[in-house]
Design a protein around this ligand. Structure first.
Ligand code: OOG
Ligand code: MG
Length: 265
């Protein structure tokens, strides 16, 4: 996919990865990379991989993957219409019912999602039957995203390098995969008041398509969905900015819900 980088190019990719990793660690925003240098999409995925290597070096563990821009609502909100994928680690796990501290984020937002637990290796072109067969469980989920770029503005290439704004995720109860996922009502509330409503069909027409797309997209970069991996299928609605003291929850019809609180200042 990407051409062979020379030593200087590898150094630059490592440097960009470190800039984005530091920005996430220090909760400080940075300028978009493409405003500083020409970067290809393959470079952006390379930078993403290198930035995750920084996290692994600190002892974080792989927990799975996420897809982004799987819904029209998200594409329109961010002005990016290409599918993107990012990597999840255990440091991003927010316990269901837990609390987060805004001091650790730049300008976080939350969005309602559906998550899968993968039970069998998946990579490349797969059918819906293979996807369904490989899923171990399905869960209601919330994703906390936080762009490391100023004003939460980015191009397709920049957001990929920034691990697709991945920051945190909450998982609800595990359900059997056999449940029909085609048109489940999804409601996200803040302090009990609905702030975003959608349907699971907003996610690539059917959340199962996210498993198919993830297998295909990951394979382009030599990655495989592995048993035990979590896959966040992508938000069904636009994301909503977080503020101190809030209590956030999602309810997915037939699947149940999950939530978290934001600490006071
Ligand atoms: C990029 C991440 C998009 C989704 O579910 O569509 C995403 C962003 O909006 O910052 O996670
Ligand atoms: Mg998301």
């Amino acid at each position: 996919m990407s051409h062979n980088h020379n030593k200087h190019e590898k150094m630059m990719l490592d440097q960009y990865a470190a800039v984005l990793d530091d920005a996430a660690k220090d909760a400080q925003s940075v300028t978009q990379l493409t405003e500083q240098a020409p970067i290809s999409l393959a470079d952006a995925y390379d930078i993403q991989k290198r930035s995750i290597a920084c996290r692994y070096h600190r002892g974080e563990r792989r927990t799975g993957f996420k897809l982004g821009f799987t819904s029209k609502a998200k594409q329109e909100q961010m002005g990016v219409s290409d599918l993107i994928w990012g990597r999840l680690t255990d440091a991003m796990i927010i316990d269901d019912g837990g609390a987060i501290d805004l001091a650790h984020y730049v300008h976080p937002r939350v969005e309602p999602e559906i998550a899968f637990v993968i039970g069998k290796p998946l990579s490349g072109e797969i059918t819906a039957e293979q996807a369904l067969d490989a899923i171990e469980a399905v869960m209601p989920a919330l994703e906390v995203i936080d762009s490391r770029y100023r004003n939460f503005k980015f191009s397709h290439i920049d957001v990929v390098a920034d691990n697709c704004s991945s920051t945190g995720y909450v998982l609800g109860p595990r359900r059997e995969k056999t449940r029909d996922l085609s048109d489940l009502k999804m409601v996200m509330t803040v302090d009990g008041v609905p702030v975003a409503e959608g349907s699971s069909s907003a996610i690539l027409d059917h959340p199962l398509n996210s498993v198919i797309e993830a297998a295909r997209c990951l394979a382009e970069y030599g990655e495989t969905l592995q048993p035990g991996d979590i896959l966040l299928a992508g938000a069904a609605t636009a994301a909503v900015a977080l503020a101190p003291g809030q209590s956030v929850a999602v309810e997915v019809a037939g699947l149940g819900g999950c939530g978290f609180t934001v600490k006071e200042d």
